[in-house]
Write a protein that binds this ligand. Structure first.
Ligand SMILES: [Fe+2]
Length: 412
């Protein structure tokens, strides 16, 4: 799980965090809003004190408390921007806020004339310390939102009326009411947070399910497309072999050698398969060349040779118009390019030639050299190897030739 966000950014992805981490974040947000609010309240207290009759004796408390609150406010802002982990930052803020709350309680007691009543002061501080302890210990999960109850206590449930201050029963009853209120408020907030979290978790789950479904459908589509590629390529190969006897077995040999060479030069599996199918159909353009020229047993004229050269362009046109073969059409187009730029149809050189086409060029030449022709016998392995080495850098990619010579199939 990713580390909880350090900033108070609104775009936090709460679905990535546990329920407890989510609650910490939300409580941090509430504290961050409450602290400046409390500062304003305390400033107002100080102002009010100067207009309250007989309040002279508590002015010093308010003055000191306001200065203290300002310092806390500054300290909290420094902590909030400091490079400390989020939960620690939150605990520091919570502790500082609780000290502020204790001060507010003291102020409340003083305003009601009980500054000198030690039991009241102790009571206030014990509550503040208790709340602080609970918050730090429980990380503001179940009981950590006590400060809301404290405010309720301060403004609505302050139990110490002048005439009843010494009534022990009322004192303890007030404490009991305070605790009940705090527990109830916290239970409500906790339940609400739980429901929100559950809804978010459900949404997250549904989103994941949808993503998985899309993934499965996409994979099925890719499978169908690959299967079509295979079937169309097989069909074309059969047609081509029927048309040109020379290509019988040649296409399959080129496809297999090309795939092995692609693996040897580190091409990924997906592209290895593409190279295989490109090898199967690399000469498909020949079906647009006059059959008499293709199968001619005497040497070709210049014009006839030019006609045969067109087969790579014809092949490109045919495959680029088929959706399932479009990806390999460029390989078909460039399989007669030479590394030094003297090949055809575009005279590309070096890395301008697609790596797949560089590979097929070697496989094509190798299989041609190792096969019998009407005008010559097949070359031996050693002679064919020497031929590749001789043309490395001019006709063939030196890197691919080196990889090919290392292949076991080259020794067969
Ligand atoms: Fe060719």
């Amino acid at each position: 799980m990713r580390e909880i966000e350090k900033s108070k950014s609104n775009d936090i992805d709460m679905t990535l965090h546990s329920f407890e981490e989510t609650l910490i974040y939300e409580s941090h947000e509430r504290l961050a809003m409450l602290i400046p609010f409390m500062l304003i309240v305390e400033a107002a207290m100080l102002a009010i004190t100067f207009y309250v009759r007989d309040a002279a004796e508590i002015k010093w408390i308010n003055g000191l408390f306001f200065i203290y609150s300002t310092l806390i406010y500054l300290a909290i802002n420094i902590v909030d921007t400091a490079d400390v982990d989020f939960p620690s930052k939150f605990r520091i803020m919570a502790a500082l806020q609780m000290v502020t709350t204790a001060g507010v309680l003291l102020w409340g007691s003083s305003m009601l004339g009980y500054k000198s009543h030690s039991a009241v002061s102790y009571f206030d501080f014990v509550i503040a310390l208790f709340i602080t302890g609970v918050i730090i210990r429980q990380k503001i999960t179940r009981w950590g939102i006590y400060y809301i109850a404290v405010l309720t206590y301060l403004y609505f449930l302050t139990p110490f009326e002048r005439t009843l201050a010494d009534d022990v029963f009322l004192t303890w009853m007030s404490l009991f009411l305070f605790i009940c209120t705090a527990l109830y408020v916290n239970w409500l907030l906790y339940r609400q947070a739980g429901e929100t979290y559950q809804v978010e978790s459900e949404l997250k789950y549904q989103k994941k399910m949808l993503e998985s479904l899309v993934e499965i459908k996409t994979s099925e589509l890719i499978k169908t497309e690959k299967s079509m590629t295979r079937e169309v390529a097989m069909l074309l190969t059969v047609v081509m072999e029927y048309y040109d006897e020379y290509t019988k077995g040649h296409s399959e040999n080129v496809a297999q050698i090309s795939e092995s060479l692609a693996r040897a030069v580190g091409i990924d599996l997906e592209r290895q398969k593409e190279i295989f199918w490109a090898g199967m159909v690399h000469d498909i353009g020949k079906i647009r060349v006059d059959k008499a020229i293709l199968n001619k047993e005497t040497p070709l004229t210049r014009d006839e040779f030019e006609q045969i050269k067109n087969h790579s362009l014809y092949g490109y046109e045919m495959t680029s118009n088929l959706e399932s073969l479009k990806r390999i059409s460029k390989i078909v187009r460039h399989h007669h390019e030479h590394f030094d730029g003297t090949g055809y149809p575009d005279g590309l050189s070096g890395d301008e030639i697609p790596l797949e086409a560089q590979i097929i060029a070697i496989a094509d030449a190798w299989d041609a050299m190792r096969s019998d022709r009407v005008y010559r016998k097949s070359l031996s392995v050693e002679s064919a190897r020497l031929e590749l080495i001789k043309n490395s850098g001019s006709q063939f990619s030196p890197k691919c030739v080196a990889a090919f010579l290392d292949l076991e199939c080259a020794n067969k």
